[in-house]
Design a protein around this ligand. Structure first.
Ligand code: F0G
Length: 458
């Protein structure tokens, strides 16, 4: 057989036009937004790679399913369809719908995490970290050493460091560790997968100390596909079988259906522990809604139920993971430093390596993100010292370990020529790296500052 491209396994049935703002319009938009790309009108963006969360295209089957949505307040038919799909994929006994992932985190942590606790994870996502810290606890990232080095190529750079987990338990004591979390794939660490072997090793340590293990399962299907491609003994298993095995190792999961649920909104908390689930449901009623809709419409539950099935399709996953790798290969071949290997949902540009002349307190990744927008209307997101830098009492800042710009690929949304355009913009910007300057923050919120901070060029 001659070589064949891995094509998008879908046809486009409905389109949304993209405005093509000029360079001058983009410059004006940047100033208006205080050089924070979260502050832009999305119409001023040409290719929007801010996030892969809720930004994907739903399928005809999902839209058709939405017409079947049952909007009963309690016990709606759509809930039972959603519940049985989640149970079937995860194997967990208790399924609690939420309006998105962070709502699942909030009801879980409010009931299971208390002041002074420590929650270890390979890497907490920013909302997860903030929800842990909001309980007065510490969110501790213990990804393997290699996971912090963008250049090292390894199959499972999202793995949790088992000896660091043991050291953490010895250091703070098991009674102050309410759970161990594992994020699959490891979003903030480059979208890197976690192996089954590593999940089993985490489980073993948890069992030794009687600790619950919870997956942050936002990108579980992408993680399962990487296991199929890269872990010995999994090549002949289906993504569904692998996903089921991943879930079976843990005691529950938080999930944002805006990622591998292929939906525009939604999430869930799934657990085996009925007592904890009961407490979480009570808080859900207080803040989200009745436990059979959890802040969602019945039609959202339908869309998620269908999406969770579609995301495990092999043709979809083969295309999905390949399309991200395609962008990574193009920019890397042109000499642009990136986190390697390519992540599942995103390509991460290494701003520290590209802009060594911009110090961390002038936010090199922010500078790079701004320049990608200015140059080509491409919107990515800073994952560096703006997002994770820690303000010290003396006013200085401890920088984040990595300075990355994430280009997250919405699911089933952009075509190969869109991605070719993105690669052209990235390469063009990288060629002018030496002339780029840094930014300073002129306004910021006490937490999750990256969403609303305003900047000015240094
Ligand atoms: N956990 C991970 C690993 C995530 O990536 C996200 C969201 C969440 C939890 C929270 O889910 O947004 O539904 O409340 N990540 C998005 C992103 C926002 O852009 O990576 P949510």
């Amino acid at each position: 057989m001659p070589h064949r491209s891995i094509i998008e396994p879908f046809k486009i049935k409905s389109v949304q036009s993209i405005d093509l703002p000029t360079v001058e319009e983009r410059e004006e938009a940047l100033q208006g937004a205080g050089y924070n790309l979260f502050g832009l009108h999305a119409d001023a963006v040409i290719i929007d790679l801010l996030t892969d969360s809720g930004t994907g295209a739903m399928s005809a089957r999902q839209w058709a399913g939405m017409m079947l949505g049952d909007e009963s307040y309690a016990g709606g038919r759509s809930f039972f369809k959603f519940e049985s799909t989640v149970k079937d994929i995860t194997g967990y006994a208790e399924v609690i719908p939420t309006h998105q992932g962070r709502a699942a985190e909030r009801i879980l942590f409010a009931n299971a995490v208390k002041e002074g606790d420590v929650v270890p994870s390979n890497t907490h996502f920013d909302t997860t970290r903030a929800n842990v810290e909001y309980q007065g606890a510490e969110a501790r990232d213990i990804v393997i050493e290699e996971g912090r080095d963008p250049a090292i190529v390894l199959p499972f750079k999202g793995n949790l460091d088992i000896s660091a987990l043991q050291a953490t338990i010895a250091d703070v004591g098991a009674d102050r560790i309410p759970m161990v979390m594992v994020t699959v794939t490891n979003n903030s660490g480059g979208g890197q997968p976690v192996s089954i072997a590593n999940l089993r090793a985490v489980r073993e340590v948890c069992d030794e100390h009687g600790l619950p293990m919870i997956l942050d399962a936002c990108r579980f299907a992408e993680n399962a596909w990487f296991i199929k491609l890269r872990e010995e003994g999994y090549a002949d298993k289906t993504p569904r079988e692998i996903a089921r095995e991943m879930f079976s190792i843990a005691d529950g999961c938080t999930m944002s259906a805006k990622k591998d649920g292929l939906a525009n909104i939604g999430g869930f908390l799934a657990l085996n522990d009925p007592d904890l689930a009961g407490k979480c449901r009570n808080l859900l009623i207080l803040t989200e809604g009745f436990p059979t809709y959890g802040g969602l419409a019945g039609y959202d539950l339908e869309a998620i139920a269908v999406g969770l099935e579609e995301v495990l399709d092999e043709n979809y996953l083969r295309y999905r993971i390949r399309s991200t790798e395609y962008l990574a290969e193009k920019v890397y071949a042109a000499g642009v430093p990136i986190v390697r290997p390519a992540g599942g949902h995103a390509v991460y540009l290494d701003a520290k390596a590209l802009l060594p002349h911009i110090p961390p307190d002038q936010y090199p990744a922010q500078a790079l993100a701004v320049e990608l927008y200015r140059n080509g209307g491409v919107r990515g997101v800073e994952i560096g010292s703006v997002m994770f830098g820690k303000l010290q009492p003396d006013g200085s800042e401890t920088p984040a370990p990595m300075e990355l710009v994430r280009l997250a690929i919405p699911r089933r949304t952009y075509t190969q020529s869109h991605i070719d355009f993105v690669a052209e913009v990235v390469i063009d910007v990288a060629m002018g790296a030496a002339d780029m300057g840094g930014y300073r923050i002129v306004e910021q919120a006490p937490w999750l500052r990256h969403f609303t901070a305003r900047f000015e060029p240094v």
